[in-house]
Design a protein around this ligand. Structure first.
Ligand code: SF4
Length: 325
């Protein structure tokens, strides 16, 4: 598949009272047209900042460092002027977040808010925008869409509000959708419905999806590929089936062990010991070594590069070199 989005050696820094913070520190990945890539990691690993950087929305005083590259269909996103950047934000790349209530305006109806998004991208009348809003509500599976056009966000459930956010993002016919923890605030049944909807839209529209999540459990059977992020870097990347069949990095194994499983009547959950270190002082050597149950003596001093462990399967861990993955 031809890459739609290419990210190379992305580095983001923030000046802080405790020195320079490096929350994203040399991240490279690509997303093909129509592909669903899941970017997975604990909170604080840099995955949300990575997604904001794709639209040049890193909050100040954060800075994308020289040498970083982001290309959309070959266009250098970091070199674009304000006008060209607007043509990418919300138009070629749409974005949805965890909590739709913070993105939806409480004093406008659903029709107004979807209609505004339609009119921001197409020169159409208010009447035509309302008709398009109805079509989009149907496409995202809102029941009784004609009745829902004139309600306010607080009159909808969390799952329906997230569907509305997806409809707003789709109004510009984006080539790519970034979904940052889109189901975290929802109950498990509704989570599954929203993920199915994203997967269906990806297939129907040929739209690429970058799904950002802390929950490795939700990507199985949905994502094409998974990239696992830890301490500002990708530590393992593989096709989803391969990653679940052969999780190789100790951090990925830890994430999988912390996904709740029902064993008879018991839910087993094994959290990863310790916490993500601060981005102002990443540990020397392998950044995971203070928490790693498989650490070798060299792990405290030598930083592992990305090493192959299988077909299109790579990880940053010395166990790959030792053939012990
Ligand atoms: Fe663990 Fe060493 Fe691999 Fe890091 S390089 S994940 S410390 S075994």
């Amino acid at each position: 598949m031809t890459p739609l989005l290419e990210v190379e050696d992305l580095r983001i820094t923030f000046p802080t009272r405790h020195g320079t913070s490096h929350p994203v520190d040399g991240v490279s990945f690509s997303v093909a047209r129509g592909e669903l890539l899941a970017l997975v990691g604990e909170s604080g690993c840099g995955k949300s900042l990575t997604s904001l950087a794709l639209l040049r929305l890193v909050p100040p005083p954060g800075q994308i460092q020289p040498g970083s590259a982001i290309r959309l269909d070959g266009t250098d996103v970091l070199g674009l002027g304000p006008e060209e950047l607007r043509s990418i934000r919300g138009r070629r790349i749409g974005m949805i977040f965890q909590d739709p209530m913070t993105s939806l305006n409480p004093v406008f109806t659903i029709a107004d808010q979807i209609g505004e998004s339609v009119r921001a991208h197409q020169k159409v009348s208010k009447r035509a925008a309302r008709a398009r809003a109805l079509e989009l509500l149907q496409e995202v599976g809102i029941p009784d869409p004609t009745q829902r056009l004139d309600v306010y966000p607080h009159q909808m459930s969390g799952g329906m509000r997230q569907r509305v956010m997806i409809a707003i993002a789709l109004a510009s016919e984006p080539e790519m959708l970034i979904a940052d923890e889109p189901t975290t605030a929802l109950d498990v049944t509704v989570q599954a419905q929203i993920l199915e909807l994203l997967d269906g839209l990806r297939a129907a529209r040929g739209m690429a999806v970058l799904l950002i999540t802390h929950d490795l459990g939700i990507v199985a059977g949905r994502a094409d590929r998974v990239a696992v992020m830890y301490a500002g870097r990708l530590v393992e990347e593989a096709a989803t089936a391969e990653l679940f069949a052969r999780p190789s990095h100790p951090y990925t194994k830890g994430l999988l062990a912390s996904v709740p499983r029902i064993t008879g009547a018991v839910t087993r959950l094994t959290p990863i010991a310790g916490t993500v270190p601060a981005p102002t002082a990443w540990p020397a050597g392998c950044r995971f070594h203070p928490r790693c149950p498989a650490a070798l003596p060299r792990c405290a001093t030598d930083d592992p590069p990305a090493l192959p462990v299988g077909n299109a399967h790579r990880m940053r861990c010395w166990l790959a070199e030792a053939g012990r993955a």
